[in-house]
Design a protein around this ligand. Structure first.
Ligand code: GLN
Length: 489
């Protein structure tokens, strides 16, 4: 086992550390070396914190050797998406604009992870400002899908998902505004969870769509997702939208995970356009749920056909407001050609942002502008309420809702040029963001070309533990933990 630490789950690594089989420094070194050796093939990382993490590991070893109790994430190497702050380190958001920005404070999740003795080993690549579904919009690095090197890892948390899939670290954090944890997790054959909005503090996350953004874990097992949720799912007074509730005893609840007799809602009508290959995998997943003793019931979520349009009004409106702070004065690289104040704003933003980000700012500004606000923004907020109502109604008759995570498996780099086709990647994931519900994506097999498929479960508000429990029941029937992409075994 000594030369194969990467095949262990996060929980197993922690146990090995607590038992004394390995020191934190050994574990940390092992993963840092592995990243150094293999990441050039994957492109998952934007920064590697060698010294910082080895220092933490050393302190942790001393703590353990003194017999002091160690935290829930003790000695687990963890990567953060590079839109989360680590004090003193650069937060790029995958943008050229912020390559000089050093965070002046820790994100709450950073503090919680470190208080639990987790070791943050680096930051991962993303679509610029988390806008995208393939990580192709990163201005800084190309990330490949470890399963198929010509394919994208999904996005926007593509670096986090690829890092976990290639076993460069057992857990990474992502962020999900419209599907950015679940879709890349699905493309990379790993588990990804978007908690209930407000469950995880957004303090120290660079905002994209503030009413939609959530931080969540990507890992290779549902148990590791639970472990991370126990640590980061805490109320935080620094985030005004943080839920005033206790995080939840995920691991304890998971021990008795059971799905027998539970009703799972299937939005059959909304799924009529599924491509045959996607349908085949989804039907097989439904069969597995039935064999596990769950009962499938139809639910009406037809309104979700408006979810992508609604999202691209609300998310761009919020993004255009949130991104106004990047002006080349307080944040971001200032254009050298600017001579007047207006030119500082104009040229810095022109040179700093990529075209996808500029497009979103333009769209968001348009839908909020006087004369159009009623027609677009205000109308979209009304549709959002209807979507929330439809979910509430659906949950009167079931405990969780099942759908595919994505309409297609991972696609080759450059294959989707039409932005609307790219936006449709999130057709099944966006609903949970609009309704602020918890949702999880778990691997459900491979297609003929060896590309991973996944199934998504959406829970009622604050039922994060429940969907994780059902996902774990599924995981037991479809064990995917030991599937490791070729070249990374
Ligand atoms: N793909 C969606 C978008 O481009 C969602 C992104 C996200 O969840 N951060 O906006």
């Amino acid at each position: 086992m000594k030369n194969k630490l990467h095949i262990l789950s996060a929980k197993q690594l922690r146990d090995a550390f607590i038992e004394g089989s390995f020191s934190a420094q050994q574990i940390c070194c092992y993963f840092l070396d592995r990243i150094e050796k293999l990441d050039p093939q994957v492109g998952a990382f934007l920064a590697i914190y060698r010294e910082r993490s080895l220092e933490q590991a050393k302190n942790l070893d001393e703590k353990r050797n003194l017999g002091a109790p160690c935290g829930k994430l003790a000695a687990i190497p963890i990567a953060l998406k590079d839109n989360l702050h680590v004090e003193g380190e650069v937060t790029t958001c995958g943008s050229k604009f912020l390559t000089n920005y050093r965070a002046v404070f820790n994100a709450t999740v950073t503090n919680l992870i470190e208080e639990a003795d987790g070791i943050i080993i680096g930051k991962t690549n993303l679509d610029e400002f988390a806008m995208g579904s393939s990580t192709e919009h990163s201005a800084l690095r190309k990330t490949v899908n470890p399963w198929h090197s010509e394919c994208v890892p999904g996005g926007s948390s593509g670096g986090s998902a690829a890092a976990v899939a290639a076993r460069l670290c057992p857990i990474a954090l992502g962020t999900d505004t419209g599907g950015s944890i679940r879709q890349p997790a699905a493309f990379c054959g790993v588990v990804g969870m978007k908690p209930t909005y407000g469950r995880v503090s957004r303090y120290g996350l660079v905002a994209f769509g503030s009413s939609l953004d959530q931080i969540g874990p990507i890992a290779t097992t549902t148990e590791d997702i639970g472990l991370m949720m126990e640590v980061i799912g805490q109320h935080d007074p620094s985030d005004a939208t943080s839920l005033p509730i206790h995080g939840g005893d995920y691991i304890k609840e998971l021990v008795k995970s059971d799905i027998r007799g539970k009703k799972l809602g299937v939005p059959y009508n909304f799924l009529t356009n599924l491509a045959p290959e996607a349908r085949e995998n989804f039907d097989a997943s439904l069969k597995i749920f039935e064999n596990l003793g769950a009962k499938l019931v139809p639910v009406d979520l037809d309104i979700l056909k408006y979810s992508v349009a609604t999202y691209y009004i609300l998310a761009t409106a919020e993004a255009s407001t949130n991104l106004a702070r990047f002006d080349g004065i307080r944040y971001g690289i200032r254009s050298k050609n600017a001579k007047t104040l207006d030119e500082v704003y104009d040229y810095s933003r022109r040179d700093g942002f990529g075209w996808e980000v500029k497009k979103r700012i333009l769209l968001g500004t348009y839908v909020l502008s006087s004369g159009y606000q009623d027609a677009y923004y205000n109308r979209a907020t009304k549709v959002r309420v209807k979507i929330i109502d439809a979910f509430l109604k659906a949950f009167e008759g079931c405990e969780a809702i099942v759908s595919p995570t994505t309409p297609t498996p991972c696609f080759p780099r450059g294959a989707i040029q039409d932005p609307v086709q790219m936006y449709l990647q999130d057709l099944y994931t966006i609903g949970a963001n609009l309704a602020r519900l918890p949702a999880i994506s778990i691997p459900s097999g491979f297609n003929k070309e060896g590309k991973p498929w996944s199934v998504q479960m959406i829970g009622a508000s604050k039922e994060d533990v429940r969907i994780l429990e059902y996902a774990q029941a599924f995981e037991r029937a479809v064990p995917f933990f030991s599937s490791i992409p070729k070249g990374f075994e």
